[in-house]
Design a protein. Structure first.
Length: 577
C-alpha cells in the first residue's frame, strides 16, 4: 500500500511512502518521486535541519507555471528556485524531516492561529470537541472584531436529536484544555458551509452573534478602585463594559495579556504583582480588593516599567507623556512583538520646578541600571519625544552610542507659529480646513457637535493669533484634580522653556499623516532638521496625533517602529564587526 502526497499545482503527486497496515502510527508522506525536489524552509527561506518544523516547498518538472489570469496569487505561491532551475511551489503545509529521510506531515500553516504571540493549534481544539457527546462536526477559527481584537470561535454541528448546552461544552473544554485554547464564541449550525468541490468554505462561516460576546454587566464597578481596574481591563482586552466578577481568562486574556496587566497595575498603582494573585481568581473585584489592602505601595517606584518584558534583542526605551505615566504606551509595546523588551520610562517624582534636562537626567540614570552600555534604542511620543531627545544628548555627552532615536509626532521644541511662517502656508491651511471640520464632527455625537465645533474654531483662532493655551484647555483637564493640573502646567512650562542643543546623531521621525493646521507651516521634519546634525528620516503613519497611538492604528505605528529598530540593530552589528 502506498501513501502518495502532492498538490494539484505540482501535477498531483510529489512524494510517496510505503504504508504498513499493522503500524499504529500516522503514515509519513515519504520521499520525493523522480524528477522532484522537496525543501523544508523557515520563514526566511532557509533550509530547516532534520527534526525541525518548516513549510514544504516543491520543485522539479511537475511544478506548474502558475494560476491562469491570477498574477498576484501566482507570485505569492510560485517562487524562484534558489536551489536549482525552475520554480518552487509554496504548499502551505507544515512538515519536518525524520531521521530515516522521510517527511512527516504536521498540518496546514494557514490553519495555525496566533493570539498575542502564542501559537494555537485549532486541530487540537476541534479533536477535543469532536470527542464530546452530541457534536457531529467542529471547526475552530480566529475571529477578529471591528476593534481588531482576536478571539477563538468554535462552529459546531450537533448530532441528530442531540443539542448539548453551550455552557456544558465550554465547561468540558476548560477541564481538558488550557484557558487560552477555550473558544470565546460557540456558534451552532445546521451544517458546515461547503465549497462546490466539497471542501469546507471557511469564508462562509457567519460571524459570531454580538450577544455571544462575554461582556456581562450584572455587577458593574462600584468603588473607585474597581473603576480604575476596569478601565485598565477594558483597554487591555478591548471589551466594554466588564462585570467585576468576570474572569480575566474568560474575557479573552492569556499569559501575554497577563504580563501586560501586571505591568499596567505596577505603572498605575506601584504594586508588583505575581502569579500568586491567581489563587483568588482574577476578577476586577478580587484585584481591587487586593490593591485596597494595607500592604504599602513600592517605597521607591522604579522609573523603568517593563510593559513587554520578553525577547532576546536589545530593549527599546519609551518615555512617558506629559502626565508622567506610561499606560498609553501599553498597546504600542504589545504590538511591537516579543522579540525585544519594551521598557516604559515613567515619572516617579512630581517636582513642579523640574526642567526637561533634569527629568531626562533621572531617566538616563535609571536606564543605565538596566542597560549599562549602548547602543541605545529610545524614543517617545509627543512630550516624551522631547525628553528622549534630551536623553540622547546626555548619553552622547557621556560617551554612549545611540542606535536609534525615535521622535513620534512631535515638533521641534521652541517652535511657534509666526506670521512669517503662516503666510506662505496659508493656501495649504485653508484648503485643509473643510476636511478637518468634517473629521472633527465625525468623532462627536450629533447633540454635541455645535458646542464642540465652537470650541474647536476658538482654539484654532487663538493659535493663529499666537495665543498660548494653558494645560486645562489644551488637554481638557476641567474635571481633573488640582495636583494633576499643576503637574501638566509644570511640564508644559518646562517644555516651552527648553532650549535644545544640536544632536550629532540621526533622528527618525514618525509623523502622523493628519497634522495640526499650524504644523502645515513646518517642513516635513517638523523642524527637527534645524537641530539634527545627522539625517532626519521621516516615516509617515496613518492617523492624527492621538489616534496613531491607540487601537487600531497603533498597530501600524508599531510595525514601522519595530522595522526601524530592527534595521538600526542590524546596522549596529555590521558596524561592530
Amino acid at each position: 500500500m502506498l501513501n502518495c502526497y502532492g498538490p494539484t499545482e505540482t501535477t498531483v503527486y510529489s512524494s510517496w511512502a510505503l504504508v504498513d497496515p499493522t503500524a499504529h502510527s500516522e503514515p509519513t508522506i515519504g520521499r520525493a518521486i523522480w524528477n522532484t525536489t522537496l525543501h523544508v524552509l523557515d520563514s526566511g527561506r532557509a533550509l530547516r535541519p532534520p527534526g525541525v518544523e518548516g513549510e514544504l516547498f516543491i520543485g522539479g518538472a511537475g511544478v506548474a507555471r502558475g494560476y491562469l489570469d491570477r498574477p498576484e496569487l501566482t507570485s505569492e505561491r510560485f517562487l524562484p528556485n534558489p536551489f536549482g532551475t525552475g520554480q518552487l511551489y509554496r504548499t502551505g503545509d507544515r512538515v519536518r524531516w525524520r531521521s530515516d529521510g522521510e517527511l512527516e506531515f504536521l498540518g496546514r500553516a494557514d490553519n495555525q492561529i496566533k493570539i498575542n504571540g502564542i501559537r494555537i493549534e485549532p486541530g487540537e481544539i476541534e479533536a477535543t470537541l469532536l470527542a464530546l457527546p452530541g457534536i457531529a462536526a467542529a471547526v475552530v477559527t480566529l475571529y477578529e472584531d471591528a476593534a481588531g481584537v482576536r478571539r477563538l470561535a468554535a462552529y459546531l454541528v450537533p448530532s441528530p436529536r442531540v443539542m448539548p448546552a453551550t455552557k456544558n461544552v465550554r465547561a468540558a473544554l476548560e477541564r481538558q484544555l488550557p484557558r487560552n485554547m477555550v473558544p470565546t464564541f460557540f456558534v451552532w449550525l445546521d451544517a458546515m458551509p461547503i465549497t462546490p468541490n466539497g471542501k469546507l468554505d471557511r469564508n462562509a462561516l457567519p460571524p459570531p452573534p454580538r450577544e455571544d460576546a462575554p461582556s456581562l454587566t450584572n455587577h458593574p464597578p462600584k468603588t473607585s478602585l474597581e473603576h480604575e481596574v476596569a478601565e485598565i481591563w477594558e483597554d487591555l482586552l478591548q471589551v466594554s463594559p466588564i462585570d467585576v466578577r468576570s474572569d480575566f481568562f474568560d474575557l479573552g486574556g492569556d499569559s501575554l495579556a497577563l504580563v501586560s496587566l501586571f505591568a499596567m497595575i505596577e505603572a498605575r498603582f506601584g504594586r508588583h504583582l505575581t502569579v500568586d494573585v491567581l489563587s483568588r481568581g482574577l476578577t476586577i473585584a478580587a484585584l481591587a480588593q487586593l490593591l485596597g489592602e494595607d500592604e504599602p505601595l513600592h517605597p521607591e517606584m522604579d522609573s523603568v516599567v517593563a510593559l513587554q518584558p520578553l525577547g532576546h534583542l536589545p530593549p527599546f526605551f519609551c518615555v512617558h507623556g506629559i502626565g508622567g505615566d506610561v499606560l498609553h504606551l501599553q498597546r504600542l509595546a504589545v504590538h511591537m512583538g516579543t522579540d525585544r523588551p519594551f521598557f516604559g520610562l515613567r515619572r516617579t517624582e512630581a517636582r513642579l520646578t523640574d526642567t526637561i534636562s533634569e527629568i531626562a537626567a533621572r531617566h538616563v540614570a535609571a536606564m543605565l541600571v538596566y542597560q549599562p552600555a549602548g547602543p541605545f534604542y529610545l524614543g517617545g511620543h509627543s512630550f516624551g519625544a522631547t525628553i528622549a531627545y534630551e536623553m540622547a544628548l546626555q548619553l552622547v555627552e557621556q560617551g554612549h552610542e545611540i542606535g536609534l532615536l525615535a521622535i513620534i509626532d512631535q515638533r521641534r521644541p521652541g517652535w511657534r507659529l509666526t506670521a512669517r511662517d503662516a503666510i506662505p502656508a496659508l493656501p495649504r491651511i485653508l484648503i485643509s480646513i473643510p476636511t478637518r471640520i468634517r473629521d472633527e464632527l465625525a468623532q462627536v455625537k450629533a447633540g454635541n457637535r455645535f458646542r464642540h465645533m465652537r470650541r474647536t474654531l476658538l482654539r484654532w483662532s487663538k493659535t493663529a493669533c499666537g495665543y498660548r493655551a494653558d494645560a486645562v484647555s489644551m488637554f481638557d483637564l476641567s474635571g481633573s484634580d488640582t495636583e494633576r493640573i499643576l503637574l501638566f502646567e509644570a511640564n508644559l512650562r518646562a517644555l516651552r522653556e527648553y532650549q535644545p542643543k544640536p544632536l550629532p546623531v540621526p533622528i527618525t521621525l514618525f509623523r502622523a499623516n493628519v497634522q495640526l493646521l499650524s504644523h502645515l507651516a513646518l517642513d516635513p521634519t517638523l523642524g527637527w532638521g534645524d537641530l539634527a546634525e545627522g539625517e532626519v528620516q521621516v516615516r509617515i503613519v496613518p492617523g492624527n496625533h492621538g489616534s496613531i497611538a491607540t487601537e487600531p492604528l497603533v498597530r501600524q505605528l508599531a510595525k514601522k517602529l519595530s522595522d526601524e529598530v530592527d534595521a538600526a540593530q542590524r546596522a549596529a552589528r555590521r558596524h561592530s564587526k
